[in-house]
Design a protein around this ligand. Sequence first.
Ligand code: GAL
Ligand code: ZN
Length: 664
Amino acid sequence: MTLGTCYYPEHWPRERWREDAATMRELGITRVRIGEFAWSKIEPDPGRFDWAWLDEAMDVLHEAGLGIILGTPTATPPKWLIDQNPSILPVGRDGRVRGFGSRRHYCFRSPAYLRETERIVTALAERYGSHPGLVAWQTDNEYGCHDTTRCWCDTCRSEFRTWLKDRYETVDALNEAWWTTFWSQTYRTFGEVELPEQAVTETNPSHQLDYRRFASDGVVAYNALQVRILKAHSDAPVVHNSMMLFGDYDHVDLADDLDAIAFDNYPIGQLEESPFSLDVKEQFLRTGHPDLVTLSHDLYRGLKDQPHWIMEQQPGQVNWAPNNALPAAGAVRLWTLQGFAHGAEMVSWFRYRAAVGAQETNHAGLLRHDGTPDVAYHEAKRVAGELAAPEHRDVHTAIRSTGDATDRPRVALLVDFEDLWATDIQPHASAFNYWGQLFGFYAPLRGLDVTVDLVPKKHAGREDEPHARSLEPYDLVIAPAMQLVDEDVAQRLDRYVKAGGRLLLGPRSGARTVTGRAQEAAPGPLRDLVGARVTRVDGLRPDVQRSITMLNGNESLTYRVWADLLEVEGDGVALAHYDDPAYQGATAYVKRSHGSGEARMLGASLELEAMTTLLEAWLGELGIPTRRLPDGLRRSGAWWLNFTSEAHTIDGVTIPALEAVPVS
Ligand code: GAL
Ligand code: ZN
């Protein structure tokens, strides 16, 4: 378990490096990430490398006892490089070139940029691959940030055509998969296919879905190129820093190629940018939403089922949200404990000292602009001291699906980025979005004090394959907004249920084939398993509230946004029906026994309280303990974390406002 910070030696005079390294160590920091935007300092002119400053910085940091995470500087190609090769620049969806002057100004498929990447990464890897201070590499920085996953340039167009040919082999197969007879879209050759943008109105959703896949593959291949070079010159692990709940590329594929996965944790900025109501934004103004933050922890830990890293964490206010509130006193400590208790093995603050110019001048650091300690420095120091205690050393291994974890999750949520894209492309209700649907199950579980794993759908229930993830450790597996279902995933889920597992499908499950066409009836190949089919769907404005009635006990549960109207088939048994007369008595919730297990489908996007009631009942039957926690009081592994402004007492332990206390 380690603490780190992001440091930019190139921003400060050399005389300052030693002092900064010393105060980092005083705080308790032992890792420092550097270099990820430093290309123009490393190579000021084409082919002329200035290693002296970086050699010295590496040595100073290493001699101070800091392990170095060295970033490849490819998120910021220098001006001279762009002038030499303007084709590196990405093209926006409006068809205009996105120019130099900020960052991430490159196309992932530009042949010139792939060559330049190979050159600079090789140079860096050769020089520092066996530096004694090096503990890890970071590839690039936040792939996809600033809407850069998809590019609309000529290279992307022609490579997309090749990608389609590889996928479909014949253009007839593509026409069939995309159902192009509609609106006379039939293609005669792959060369006729354009990028799905700049048409008069909505382009074909299957076309869009494949373009998302293609773009994601580009990011993954670009990262794999860097990994291959770094591995050829160095034994240090390779990681990448992703963003919280970022869905533009497939993080499952990316994680498969990395030694560890990291994400950047900005709780206040995230809540500010989220679609939550103003009430919730007020409630968690100075801490961020605790369940939203742990959802990222569970996602990134779950990608590899191993401890993840927090490469960047907010120390004070950020600069990039529409409004940028100060954190509460205590928040810096809470987020840090929350991260470790939720499975992270490193937490690193962004950034050590506030930038005195350029785009991020308004972003806080552990040190202020003038280099003196800010409030966060002292909070970080306090938590570093606490974490140094021997009893907290293994706190990050408490939550694991395997091994001797003390808090082994019994409930899993399936996650899939293709489902996310399908949802994004045609939401059909303005408030229906993938993370929202996932959160609709996740938040009630967390409020019931249930520890959850997120498991990649594409690896779930496989056997003997690389990255296969068993579903066996889980008593209950929930699939939220799993729109794309084929025989393969249906069989894996069928096997899990038959062997005694419990499965819950959420609204919109199995609505589409993997090419984005409608199933004959949702949930497609899972119909038999749940004993029902969807006959109609209802996509509602978020201010419309309706209800379902449980057949056992007559309890009424409310929902908004979405309803799949179910019709029971085969061995299915209805558990609830809808109350809206427009639905003519349709079923809302159904179950079917299968082997020694049971599968259910819930058609409605229940509200928090209603979903809590529904899950509480089923978890109770399954013998999974639950209890209703106050809003904002959460348990992560062996810690109680209080994100509210009042004290709470639980199991005889009092957790003061904005404090964290070990579970007794
Ligand atoms: C991250 C990024 C950093 C910095 C930070 C500011 O998204 O990786 O370079 O921009 O945000 O909060
Ligand atoms: Zn491009």
